[in-house]
Design a binder for this molecule. Structure first.
Ligand SMILES: *Cc1c(COP(=O)(O)O)cnc(C)c1O
Length: 231
């Protein structure tokens, strides 16, 4: 408890400092999403007791076990991992958010498989902002040709964009990619008359740069939980 509490305190200090430095006002808060993939449910419980409600998972089977075993009804579950088509039904039924929508077909399946009795599924489109061959996500041009159709899917609510930029040591280089994502969302909002409000960007190593460029959700694993367990 003490160790994880200290790590949470430290992250909260980093967030507060970054918000102050960037001149953001209290009406532009940032959500700390605790990335709990490959960490046991016990640690999620600990962070829940410390006040966190949003948890991010990357592997469907592992996530479903935690979702079913946990007995808090007010946890908000975010899916942030790669999505295979045969997993969309489980994701549509058990999550509140999906950050990693990277194909139109995945969006269509998530919408058609979202139960009618549940509110629309919040989604972000993953953008391959650094144009790396091995990374998934829409390219910054491709997204213009799919976003209109995705925004109209009935059981999804298009909230914004997500990116995992190439790792960079220098903060100016980190900021550059995050700024591109912010500008891309502005441009898409204007061109297609959308009201996306979410930039899911920034992880343990680059949260300061992400907050400076307008992140609304930062996804933090290692800096909060320590090293992940092997699968
Ligand atoms: C694992 C993961 C994170 C957390 O990364 P850390 O470096 O451990 O903070 C954030 N986002 C995504 C998409 C991830 O897969």
């Amino acid at each position: 408890m003490t160790k994880i509490r200290n790590q949470l305190d430290h992250i909260n200090q980093r967030i507060t400092r970054a918000l102050t430095h960037s001149g953001r006002t209290p009406d532009q808060p940032v959500l700390l999403l605790a990335v709990s993939k490959r960490h046991p449910l016990g640690k999620i419980q600990t962070l829940y007791e410390l006040g966190l409600r949003d948890f991010g998972e990357s592997y469907v089977q592992e996530a479903l076990e935690k979702i079913q075993q946990n007995n808090h009804t007010d946890i908000i579950w975010h899916f942030i991992g790669p999505i295979q088509s045969n997993k969309t039904r489980d994701i549509a039924r058990h999550f509140h958010w999906v950050h990693s929508v990277d194909r139109i077909k995945i969006a269509q399946r998530l919408s058609s498989q979202r139960p009618e009795t549940m509110p629309p599924l919040n989604i972000c489109l993953q953008i391959n902002i650094s144009e790396e061959a091995q990374k998934s996500g829409f390219s910054t041009t491709e997204v213009f040709s799919v976003i209109e159709e995705i925004s109209q899917l009935p059981h999804l609510r298009l909230r914004g964009l997500m990116a995992i930029p190439k790792a960079e040591a220098a903060i100016d280089r980190q900021k550059q990619a995050f700024r591109q994502l912010r500008e891309l969302m502005q441009q898409l909002n204007e061109q297609f008359q959308l009201n996306m409000d979410t930039l899911s960007m920034g992880m343990s190593a680059d949260l300061e740069a992400a907050i400076a460029e307008g992140a609304t959700i930062i996804r933090i694993g290692t800096a909060l939980f320590g090293p992940r367990e092997k699968t």
